[in-house]
Every structure is written in structure tokens, then in C-alpha cells.
Design a protein around this ligand. Structure first.
Ligand code: BGC
Length: 716
């Protein structure tokens, strides 16, 4: 059993946001064959043996439900000699950091803590385990402050004496094996420029809004200071602007030692494109500072490419939106005082995410946390993992779409990766969630009368509201039906009896059609069409098209309508209008943000207006992936690569591209378990040419003609 004799240890003072360094010196009198270091913490740790970092998992042990904490095992054989000095620095991280909004600060026993053991096997076969206990030491660290929202403060001149640790009585049942993908450093980005802003500030521009940290080098005198503040956007005058970070200080402060200083933060991350250099001991140039991109380890699998540079930039922004927000959990944004696992955002983006990258392991872990944090009544907290401040586990608040993460995400993992196991693990959570809706609604067979997020950030929102004006009972009921539909399909896949849910599904659909006969907004039309509850499909599609045309070929949809908008058009005879929206450059549109210089996906269509003025400082992230869900449409409809429900995971494929004259070419590639799928179309000599590569048996539909093809490459 792991950690059998290990004890949780803390610094006797254990002050909030003040990192602690634990240490233990060991020496061995005979040669070692193998050494394994098992470790976890309440808070994030950075471990070293003989001064060298152990492993490359950044922000270990990760962000999980408070009901569990993952431990990691590192093979450290090569790091150990006769002497071994173990040091571990710990900060509050997600466990007690401000992400909990200061809730429940409690005494020292409620803050960061470490538990670890070193398993040694000697060459002669003897085994020994050295565990954290009373004989370890604690001290305050040169890292004086580390907090995910606020940043890091380092004092290289600081020294503290070691004191014996205190033991924390915390139990060990919640310690589980590492389940998620490791968060790792992914890429180094050099500055594109270092310049003086009109107001005199020195600014480093990395040319890309990214998530991670930076590394600098400087010759300094002891006591010289390095001070940085970060931002995503410059204001209309070209000056530094980070009011949209709200209460996240997003700072870095460092007191130099004498001579050569080289440092990169270890227990904080920032979402940023620019660094304002508030203090630096020498001239800062593109040679002595660089950015380091950090996110969960996931293999890139999807690629989109077109003949339009603007569209290609949008595709790149979608990828960067994912890279910036898949940091152990799918976050809403990486910069302001939020960075929570908002379920709705993940729900609408999970399909695109699963084509762009292999996120099977990533979501498997997060869905386990969703299961663990599901409320007693079956409700799904709107953020997973549940942080202390927003305790939705016992209250009734679950928004439609946000709560439907419980059904939609596991089912998407099934479709993209053929993972039946996820369905099996999540099935009872799905059913409990349906039970919650059944009990909380005010009208049988609908989901009504509950507090909802509605079509979040829809542009048709009444003045001063974040919620678009689409009927919230309609939205909730449609997703209720959709989730019950997923329970039916999942149950059948798992050989369960789902008669009850089939009846329920039938009744909800019937009741929706009886109750909601008119669709007054773009999002209402979109949902009626996409989820097949429109009383008159043709008329609804026509009215959606008319609303868009009347709005100057422009959308008005928010988080709920947008992911399905182009599908609702292209699947109902309006693919040209879908392309008009995709290629629209005027506000509001995807390419509007690109033309405004976006390098990621914005939270708001109107994050920044044409004059370069910001929408608000309150909720204005420039790295929020939800609207990047349009990538899904490009893979599936425009290039036509569809999963087949009966043969999930791309065991079979349906390829039915929709070309347009508005683009010269468009191509999508997905690396699947079976190999590479590519669908490309292009115009040449007045004709549309198609290229298809498939690793498996596929149905290809071109111009309404159906071809059944085996593995291979084809042109049409
Ligand atoms: C987040 C969103 C989230 C929403 C829900 C916001 O603060 O940033 O992305 O889904 O709240 O209301």
C-alpha cells in the first residue's frame, strides 16, 4: 500500500499564500538498484532531489474534486547517490488558492500539506521506505508568495532557518493514483518585439495570447528588482491594459542575487500576450526573456486549412484557445480571477476539442471529478472540480447545457474515440442528473421554472444582462430531451433496459412541440432545427435565414446557439448562408475578431469594438474557447468528416463535404486510432475537385451521389 507509514506534514505556521519548503537529508551506505518517489500534496508541489527537479509535471498533483487527490510516482534512481537531499516547495495552488475566493481559510491545518515516500531497493535486494514524518523539516522559502491569480514573489536574498514540521491529521483515503494527463511545458516563444508604449511603459510582445509563464536572464546587483505585470490586449492608444483581469493581480516580483540571475516561475501561471516591464536590472531585449507555453499533455490530431488567410488565422486561434485552457481541467479562461472548470464552456467545445487533440485521458479524469462532485440531488455543479466558494453540490442550481456536460461530454468521447468504458462509468451519473431535472422542473416533461444561464452572452440580451433573450425554458427543455436521448443511446450500447427513458424522451419531445411553437430568436430557431423539435422544419429554417439576412448576414447567438448555428443552416438547405456567417468580417463574427488582431477566441463577440475600445472590464476575456466550437462545423460539415454512431471512434466514416464558391479550397485532417482521415475540396478549371483519404471503410457522398469505399485515397 502506498503511503502506509507516511504522514501529512505542514509548516507549524502555515500562512496562506506563503510557500513552504520541506526537506529531508538521507544517506545510504550501500548501492541502490532502484528508487521511486511517491508524492502528493494539498496544494501544488515542486519537488527536487539533490537540487534537480523531480519529473516534469507542472502544477502537480493537479486540480481534482476535493474528494480526491492524485499521487504521482517518479522513478528517481538516476537522481540518487549515496547522499540524497529531498526538497519540496508547496503553494496553495487550486486547493486553497484564491480560486476558492478566500472561502474557508481556516487554521494552519486547513492549508497546504505534503505527503511523500521514497521507496529504495538496494542492489542486495533489501528494501527501505523513507516517509514524511516528524523527522522532516520545514522552512519559509525564497519563493515568498505564489498564488495562481496573483503570481509569484521571489526574494533571492531571503534565508530562513529550518524548523521541525507539524503533523496534519488528514486521513489518506482520498489519495488516488494519477489519472489525468500531466501538465507540461510545451513550447518556448520568443518575443516578436520589445517596445516603448505611448505612455512610456516598456512592453514585451510575444505576438500570441498564451498560457504559461516566462523565463528571464539578467546580470544584477544584489537587491535589484525584476517586476512584471501581464496583459492580453493593449488599449486603443497602444498602452498596457489589464483591467479585464479583475482581482487577479497577475504580477511577478523578484529580488535578484548578485551576478547572473536566471529564473522561471514554478507555482503560478498567467494568460498573457504582453509583459509590462515595471522593473529590470538591465536592458530587456528579445534575447533575455522568453515565454513558456504550458498545458496538459495531449497529442495534436486535427488540422484545418483553407485558401483564406483570415480563416486560417481563425483555425489557429481555435487551437490556441484550447492550448490556453486545457490546463489539467477545461477552464473558461486562463487570465482573470476565474480559471474555473465551467461545465457549459467544455460542453459546447468538447467536440471540436476532441478532433483538434486527443483529449480522451484529459476528459476521463475530469468526468471522474464531475461524477464525484455531482450533488446529492443529482445536480451537476456548474464548475468542475467544485471549488469551495461556489458550492453547488447541495443547492439546486444547475444550468441547462452546463449540467448537460454530464451526458454530452461522455457521449462525445464515445463518438470520437469509441470509448464505451467512459459511458459505463458515467451512466449512473447521467441518470441521476435526469432524475434531478425531473424533480426540479415546474412542468412535467419540460424543464421549466429554474434559474438558468440561458443563451449566455447572446447579443440579443436585454440591456445590462449577460443572458440572451431566447426563451430559457425552451433551451432547458431541448437539452433535457437531448440528454435523455443520450441516456437512451448509452443504455442501449451498454445493454441496459432503457424503456423508461425511451418513453420519457418521447414525452418530452411531444411536450416541447406542443408548448413551444414559435421561435423568436436565432438561437430558438437553431435549437428547434438542430435538435429536431421544430413544428415546421422548412418554415423554421426559412425564418432563421431571414433573421440572419435582416441582420446583415450576421449572427446574434450566444454560448448555446452558436455551436449549432451553422449546422442548423447547412443541414436545412442554407449552406451558403452558413459560409456567409463563417466568412463574415464585419462585427459580430468570427473573422471580426481576427481582423481586430485576435490570436485566440474571445469570450464576447464585442470584446473590443472597431475603435479599439473594450466592451467592459467585468467579463471580457480574450481567451475563452466556447465560440471556437465552429471548428466542429468545419471538420464535420464543410469538409464533411462525420463519425458513425454505430461504428464510433472512426471505425467507419461518413464523408460528405459541402464546397462553396466563396473559398478556393478547404481541408480537414483527423488522426484517428485507425489512421489518418483527410477530406479536401478545391476549385480548379471551373470544377470542384475532391480528395479523400480514409484508413477504414467509408461512405462518401459527393453531390448527392453515394460511394462506398475501402481504405485508400480517392479523388472525385
Ligand atoms: C465564465 C463563463 C461561464 C459563465 C457561466 C463566466 O464567468 O467565464 O465562461 O460559463 O460564467 O455563467
Amino acid at each position: 500500500m502506498k503511503f502506509e507509514n507516511a504522514k501529512w506534514i505542514i509548516h507549524p505556521e502555515n500562512k496562506l499564500y506563503e510557500p513552504v519548503r520541506f526537506s529531508k537529508e538521507l544517506s545510504f551506505s550501500k548501492p541502490i538498484k532502484r528508487a521511486v518517489f511517491n508524492i502528493t500534496s494539498l496544494g501544488c508541489y515542486y519537488a527536487m532531489i539533490n537540487g534537480e527537479r523531480v519529473g516534469d509535471f507542472i502544477f502537480a498533483p493537479g486540480f481534482t474534486s476535493r474528494k480526491r487527490v492524485q499521487y504521482q510516482s517518479y522513478d528517481v534512481t538516476s537522481m540518487i547517490g549515496n547522499n540524497c537531499f529531498i526538497e519540496v516547495i508547496i503553494s496553495e495552488g487550486w486547493y486553497k488558492g484564491k480560486i476558492n475566493f478566500g472561502a474557508d481559510e481556516g487554521g494552519p491545518e486547513k492549508k497546504k500539506a505534503l505527503i511523500a515516500e521514497l521507496e529504495i531497493t538496494f542492489i542486495d535486494g533489501e528494501k527501505k521506505v523513507i516517509s514524511t514524518d516528524e523527522a522532516w523539516f520545514a522552512q519559509k522559502d525564497k519563493l515568498r508568495m505564489a498564488e495562481l491569480y496573483d503570481g509569484e514573489t521571489v526574494d533571492m536574498l531571503f534565508e530562513d532557518r529550518r524548523v521541525p514540521v507539524k503533523i496534519l491529521d488528514h486521513g489518506k483515503k482520498m489519495i488516488v493514483k494519477q489519472q489525468g494527463a500531466f501538465v507540461k511545458e510545451q513550447e518556448i516563444i520568443e518575443p516578436v518585439s520589445v517596445f516603448k508604449a505611448p505612455n512610456g511603459d516598456t512592453i514585451v510582445d510575444f505576438g500570441q495570447n498564451l498560457t504559461g509563464y516566462f523565463e528571464f536572464e539578467a546580470m544584477a546587483q544584489a537587491g535589484d528588482r525584476v517586476e512584471f505585470t501581464v496583459c492580453e490586449e493593449l488599449d486603443k492608444y497602444g498602452n498596457f491594459y489589464n483591467e479585464n483581469y479583475r482581482d487577479a493581480k497577475a504580477r511577478f516580483e523578484y529580488i535578484c542575487h548578485e551576478g547572473y540571475n536566471k529564473y522561471k516561475p514554478i507555482l503560478a501561471f498567467w494568460g498573457f500576450r504582453y509583459i509590462r516591464v515595471d522593473s529590470f536590472p538591465c536592458e530587456i531585449t528579445s534575447k533575455n526573456i522568453r515565454a513558456i507555453v504550458v498545458h496538459s499533455q495531449m497529442k495534436r490530431t486535427g488540422y484545418l486549412e483553407s485558401s483564406s488567410p483570415l480563416l486560417n488565422k481563425l483555425f489557429s486561434n481555435i487551437i490556441w484557445g484550447q492550448r490556453g485552457n486545457f490546463l489539467d481541467v477545461p477552464t473558461d479562461c486562463p487570465q482573470r480571477d476565474e480559471r474555473q472548470g465551467w461545465t457549459g464552456d467544455a460542453t459546447v467545445f468538447c467536440k471540436t476539442a476532441s478532433y483538434n487533440y486527443d483529449v480522451e485521458k484529459f476528459f476521463e479524469k475530469w468526468l471522474t471529478d464531475l461524477r464525484l462532485d455531482q450533488g446529492e440531488k443529482g445536480n451537476i455543479p456548474n464548475i468542475i472540480p467544485q471549488t469551495i466558494c461556489w458550492d453547488w453540490s447541495t443547492t439546486d442550481k444547475t444550468g441547462a447545457v452546463w449540467g448537460d456536460s454530464a451526458t454530452i461530454i461522455p457521449y462525445q468521447m464515445y463518438l470520437t474515440y469509441g470509448n464505451r468504458d467512459i459511458l459505463k462509468k458515467q451512466f449512473s451519473c447521467m441518470k441521476k442528473y435526469i432524475g434531478y431535472i425531473e424533480r426540479s422542473t415546474t412542468a412535467k416533461y419540460l424543464w421549466t421554472g429554474c434559474d438558468q444561464f440561458g443563451d449566455w452572452l447572446g447579443l440579443d440580451a436585454p440591456e445590462g444582462s449577460y443572458r440572451g433573450s431566447s426563451n430559457e425554458d425552451f433551451i432547458a427543455s431541448v437539452f433535457y430531451a437531448h440528454s435523455v436521448g443520450i441516456v437512451v443511446k448509452s443504455g442501449k450500447i451498454l445493454n441496459k433496459n432503457v424503456d423508461k427513458y425511451e418513453k420519457l424522451h418521447y414525452n418530452i419531445n411531444r411536450k416541447i412541440k406542443e408548448t413551444f411553437k414559435e421561435y423568436k430568436t436565432q438561437t430558438e430557431c437553431v435549437l428547434a432545427l438542430y435538435f429536431d423539435v421544430a413544428t415546421d422544419r422548412e418554415a423554421t429554417a426559412k425564418s432563421l435565414a431571414q433573421m440572419i439576412i435582416d441582420n446583415g448576414n450576421r449572427l446574434q447567438t450566444g454560448f448555446v446557439g452558436t455551436p449549432f448555428l451553422l449546422y442548423a443552416l447547412s443541414q436545412n438547405g442554407y449552406s451558403e448562408l452558413a459560409y456567409d456567417l463563417l466568412l463574415q468580417e464585419k462585427f459580430p463574427s468570427w473573422l471580426y475578431s481576427v481582423k481586430q488582431g485576435a490570436t485566440t477566441i474571445w469570450e464576447h463577440w464585442d470584446g473590443k469594438n472597431e475603435k479599439g475600445e473594450f466592451w467592459s472590464k467585468n467579463m471580457n476575456s480574450f481567451n475563452h474557447y466556447a465560440y471556437g466550437s465552429v471548428g466542429g462545423w468545419v471538420y464535420e460539415e464543410a469538409c464533411g468528416i462525420h463519425t458513425v454512431e454505430e461504428k464510433p471512434g472512426f471505425e467507419e466514416v461518413l464523408i460528405s463535404p459541402i464546397p462553396t464558391d466563396k473559398l478556393d479550397s478547404l481541408s480537414a485532417t483527423i488522426e484517428t486510432k485507425y489512421g489518418k482521415i483527410q477530406s479536401k475540396w478545391y476549385h480548379k478549371d471551373g470544377k470542384v475537385h475532391y480528395f479523400v483519404e480514409t484508413p477504414v471503410k467509408s461512405t462518401v457522398i459527393i453531390d448527392g451521389k453515394r460511394y462506398i469505399v475501402e481504405k485508400g485515397t480517392y479523388t472525385f
